[in-house]
Design a protein around this ligand. Structure first.
Ligand SMILES: Cc1ncc(COP(=O)(O)O)c(C=O)c1O
Length: 439
């Protein structure tokens, strides 16, 4: 059915399922993890090859013929992201830690991160001995470019631009702020692998990028991560950090003349089974992105004419991954009513998800570390900094107001029609009973 403004206005309001009406769907719609949905013979063959060659370690085996899955993955991932180099690691958290090591972040340094993102962004800065400074998000769920600059001090070294819930951060405004203050930019692409900003793949605009390939990301082998950059020096440091100081043949050949000495690091290496699955997955990335964007487009188009509709801020609608469609319901009360009513229609809806409000986490509010002498909170600013809800009222307000529907790249046309029908049924009725959204 085509929705027009006229049909919207003329349609009598159907009783909401939550009020006893019939639901839009008979059974609940459930979004699934993207990458594993696309597993087929390609991933299977990769696993079989590693198994048959008995070569699960990426750097050597007894025949001295390692199966090269991880090395090939790195090359293909870097090419897809329009950067020169990449190193595969075992998680997104490891990727952030290695990227921060690549940037040389340490005690006395400060790193600006969004107040709403995954724990790892805060933890890895603390593990580096540096101070995480949380800045407010805006209606895009990403760093608010208007409010970042107030957090910059002479000790700020890095601006961590996290592209959250599939949505690119406003890089045209964030990059100049970083350049003006001589900050390095670390892009965390974990929640938006495959998305772009004004034609540029996410992760190719800052100095270095980190991505998670864990199960609820665009492509996955269950766990996995990637550090990528066009700066060979930063990448060499990250490579060495991920492999107890080593720079082995695949990276040495790729990076050319070594420029860095080994410093103590960890072991964040990826194994060949994981690399094989991810190699098959990266070859499907464009298909997955195209599918999820197609699903999102059908939903956006289907609700575009709803009067008063306020969507999440999208700095580049064409570049968004499309993993969820979010609406501003104006207040927490109305948002919660919207979510309950949508669920009763068997179309699951939720507030922004996949991240946490960092300043209210007990470890942040109480400035906990593994050791009392840990340098993070022992600097002057570290002693003075106050986390907690009072430090991020705008973030909390945005997260309370928005509600939406998570999408699945394999949703059928009928599924997306149901999502559209549920939003068209619920949104106007819930909104009619509430005060208008805040400006
Ligand atoms: C923004 C962001 N950064 C980092 C990570 C950490 O990734 P991993 O779980 O693979 O360690 C996540 C995971 O959800 C994330 O969402």
């Amino acid at each position: 059915m085509l929705w027009s403004r006229r049909s919207f206005i003329a349609a009598p309001a159907a009783a909401l399922a939550i009020d006893g009406g019939s639901p839009v769907r008979a059974t609940p719609l459930r979004p699934r993890h993207f990458g594993p949905l696309y597993y087929d013979d390609a991933e299977w063959q990769m696993l079989v090859e590693v198994w048959k060659t008995r070569s699960p370690f990426r750097f050597w085996d007894f025949n001295n013929k390692p199966s090269q899955k991880v090395s090939t993955l790195e090359r293909e991932f870097a090419a897809r992201m329009s950067v020169k180099y990449a190193v595969a690691v075992n998680s997104g958290t490891s990727a952030l830690q290695a990227a921060l090591a690549g940037l040389g972040v340490g005690p006395g340094d400060e790193v600006i991160i969004p107040a709403w993102t995954w724990h790892s962004c805060f933890h890895t800065v603390v593990l580096a001995g540096a101070l995480p400074v949380c800045a407010e998000i805006d209606e895009s769920f990403n760093l608010d470019p208007n409010l970042v600059e107030r957090h910059i001090t002479p000790n700020t070294r890095v601006l961590m631009c996290v592209h959250l819930q599939g949505n690119p951060a406003d890089m045209d405004r964030l990059l100049p702020i970083a350049r003006r203050h001589n900050l390095k930019v670390l892009e965390d692409v974990s929640q938006a692998v495959g998305a772009s900003y004004k034609g540029r793949p996410l992760g190719s605009m800052g100095d270095i990028a980190a991505a998670s390939l864990q199960v609820n990301k665009t492509i996955s082998a269950g766990e996995g991560g990637m550090v990528y950059s066009s700066d060979g020096t930063l990448l060499e440091r990250a490579v060495r950090f991920h492999d107890v100081g080593n720079l082995r043949a695949p990276h040495q050949e790729w990076l050319g003349q070594s420029k860095q000495e080994a410093v103590p690091g960890g072991n964040f290496r990826m194994n060949e089974f994981t690399g094989g699955v991810l190699l098959a997955q990266v070859r499907k990335l464009d298909r997955i992105v195209s599918d999820i964007r197609g699903v999102a487009k059908r939903v956006y188009d289907g609700i575009a004419d709803l009067p008063g509709l306020k969507l999440r801020g999208l700095p580049d609608p064409a570049g968004e991954l499309g993993s969820g469609v979010y609406l501003d319901l104006g207040s927490k009360e109305t948002r919660d009513k919207f979510l309950a009513a949508m669920r009763a229609e068997n179309v699951p809806a939720a507030g922004p998800s996949g991240s946490v409000i960092l300043p209210v986490q007990p470890y942040a509010a109480r400035k906990l570390t593994v050791h009392p002498a840990w340098p993070t909170f022992n600097s002057e600013h570290g002693k003075a900094i106050q986390y907690g809800a009072a430090s991020c009222p705008r973030t909390i307000d945005v997260l309370n107001r928005f509600g939406g529907v998570l999408l699945d790249p394999r949703y059928s046309e009928a599924d997306t029609r149901d999502i559209v029908a549920a939003i068209r049924k619920v949104y106007p009725q819930v909104r009619a009973k509430s005060s208008p959204p805040t400006a």
